[in-house]
Design a binder for this molecule. Structure first.
Ligand code: NDP
Length: 253
């Protein structure tokens, strides 16, 4: 995407990123902070989140805060409690990037382990839904809220071996579409990003024999992540965007 964001694109915006400890989420948190946002980091690894906070501080960004939430074990109640803690510290949320995700097993349906299937659904769908529900009141306090889910090419076209991950990303696209229609006449837009093959741990797990240097880095795909959080995308809702348009999906091994 050829997008040249203003340096102060996200000035005064409060943006929460899930899975902010690593990969694409870490890069998104740093990028939002570099464009003036107050960033809220969510994750399950306190040490890694504090490293992101330190980097934001070293780069001169607004002070970021981290909250611990394990999407694998979270409940509607723990998500509501988390939202209350955030509401005690912040007046609103202008953006939420649901980025955290679990790959599970890349193998045929008849070999998918039911317990791992359930974990993928819990992290990618149920936990993400509980958290969304809890954060909606804070998002609706914003004059132009942006709720962004993270999808995948296998969340639009099922492909062999992608099992629970593909099913969970179809559910993600569905959740986005339902919410977008429900909030169409409010100040909240809801969209999906498909990052496309990106150099992270998850990608390396899915494609162990691939040369990671042939892949875009998380930093390379940030223009779309910025555009969707800022006012330049204000009229867009209910849509799914590719961070790497035209890129062919990989074939699982
Ligand atoms: P990574 O595995 O590098 O990072 C995943 C992030 O999610 C980490 O911060 C991780 O935390 C967090 N996370 C995982 N499980 C939980 C949990 N139970 N509770 C809280 N946080 C959790 O993945 P990517 O950066 O590659 O992926 C980011 C998103 O992009 C995902 O939704 C993925 O499905 C999607 N995507 C990625 C593609 C790619 O090629 N990389 C392609 C298409 C989609 P921790 O640091 O503690 O492990």
């Amino acid at each position: 995407m050829h997008y040249q964001p203003q340096k102060d694109l996200l000035q005064n915006r409060i943006i929460l990123v899930t899975g902010a400890s690593d990969g694409i989420g870490r890069e998104a948190a740093l990028t939002y902070a570099r464009h003036g946002a107050h960033v809220i980091l969510l994750g399950r690894n306190e040490e890694k989140l504090h490293d992101v906070i330190r980097t934001i501080s070293d780069e001169g960004g607004h002070t970021a805060r981290a909250y611990i939430l394990d999407l694998l074990t979270c409940t509607p109640e723990s998500c509501q409690a988390l939202a209350q803690s955030i509401a005690a510290d912040y007046p609103r949320l202008d953006g939420v990037l649901h980025n955290a995700g679990l790959l599970g097993e890349v193998c045929p349906m008849d070999q998918q382990t039911p317990a791992i299937w359930q974990q993928v659904m819990q992290v990618n769908v149920n936990g993400t839904f509980f958290l969304t529900q809890a954060l909606l009141p804070l998002l609706l306090q914003s004059e132009s809220g942006s709720l962004v889910f993270t999808s995948s090419s296998v969340g639009r076209q099922g492909r062999a071996n992608w099992g629970a991950y593909a099913a969970s990303k179809f559910a993600t696209e569905g959740m986005m579409q339902v919410l977008a229609e429900e909030y169409q006449s409010r100040h909240l837009r809801v969209n999906c990003i498909n990052p496309g093959g990106t150099r992270t741990k998850m990608r390396a797990n899915a494609f162990p024999s691939e040369d990671p240097h042939k892949l875009k880095t998380p930093a390379d795909i940030m223009p779309l992540y910025l555009w969707l959080m800022g006012d330049d995308s204000r009229r867009k809702t209910g849509m799914t965007f590719d961070a790497q348009p035209g890129r062919k999906p990989g074939i699982s091994q």
